[in-house]
Design a protein around this ligand. Sequence first.
Ligand code: 6PG
Length: 486
Amino acid sequence: MAVQPTRIGLAGLAVMGQNLALNIAEKGFPISVYNRTTSKVDETVERAKKEGNLPLYGFHDPESFVKSIQKPRVIIMLVKAGAPVDQTIKTLSAYLEKGDCIVDGGNEWYENTERREKAVAENGFLYLGMGVSGGEEGARNGPSMMPGGSLEAYKNIEDIVLKVAAQVRDSGPCVTYIGKGGSGNFVKMVHNGIEYGDMQLIAEAYDVLKSVGKLSNEELHSVFTDWNKGELESFLIEITADIFGIKDDKGDGHLVDKVLDKTGMKGTGKWTVQQAAELSVPAPTIESSLDARFLSGLKDERVQAAKVFKAGGFGDILTDQTVDKKQLIDDVRKALYASKICSYAQGMNLIRAKSMEKGWGLKLGELARIWKGGCIIRAIFLDRIKQAYDRNAELANLLVDPEFAKEIIERQSAWRRVVCLAINSGISTPGMSASLAYFDSYRRERLPANLVQAQRDYFGAHTYERTDVEGSFHTEWFKIARQSKI
Ligand code: 6PG
């Protein structure tokens, strides 16, 4: 029991909630914690004792929990998105007072946050939807945080989040007030879409190196360790290197080879793709990463299809090329980097499109800054993105930033070699191929879209514009084509 009112409260003590509460307490902010299943409260209090007698106080009932917090109260919820959030708000609201703030730290759909912000405002409460990235470890030691909603509510927790967030040398804490409404959740959602893209591209690099280059897990471990010292340095490359070093504790060989090839998902990547379609923003790399997860789920069908197409061959059987391992590793690194630029360009453009639609005024460079540490997509590369937007905040696409354009041009031969080799070997690289197609379409002054427009006008009188004269035109294509033959 706290003698003095605590500075903040946290409700929802699954691992993320526990770790964030401990992190807050460790930064010197006395915190009250609550969970419906009370054993979680006791578990967290125990951990607080063990991890250095941290100022964390547990409560078994919502009323004493809420009343233990100093006013205006700030309560972070870390419960499952959707109905559990509504339920928690309802429980807490019974004891909250005007001016108190509720912060949802989960992966929530942004419109739910906007609905709740309006609903709780009727009682005079303030609301924030705060994306938190970094998994369990990040929550405990410094996540990246994306709070959006009431600015007044943000001001009430600013001192806390600035200390609790990951700290990056030269660029500060990985948190900033994102913007109004559900912008914090939206930005976190796109972060996750980019995360899907990154993971897929890494998986493709692995597949090409393993299936074509015949690299062993030991070699993959050293390649990824090496990549993590250069332009690809990032959390996801680092953990990938670790994965290749882990032996199976239930048998021979490496654990990665025993993991079933079916990727799960909780939904944020799917929302990202749905939003890209909704806003007409091309995001083929992120989309292909989602499709790759769907295809991975068809394991039984794939096993059958592999039998049907066995005679079609696979891998080096299809190519008569001998592969120079060293060259392949270098090419794949370059292909991965160039593809990554495309993927981030798509994610950033999606955020900008939504920001314009909603009038959020989001600053893309600032988002790249707060993703530099703490979150799953943290990478040295984000600094380059921040610099690109610092050079030109209105940049139409990261691809045309002079630095990125130069990097892509330098890597394009390698990128094309990897995609061609994969295609010729029957190994799918949907992310790298989609990225390359995105780049090749984006840089093309004239696309074959003229033909599609002509077809649309032909069968549906949908009209077309001309390259030489302003206006909207329709041609009786059928009549002209067929009559001229009569
Ligand atoms: C993070 C992660 C986190 C979650 C992933 C998993 O930023 O810390 O993104 O939010 O672990 O989103 O997502 P899937 O289950 O959809 O792969």
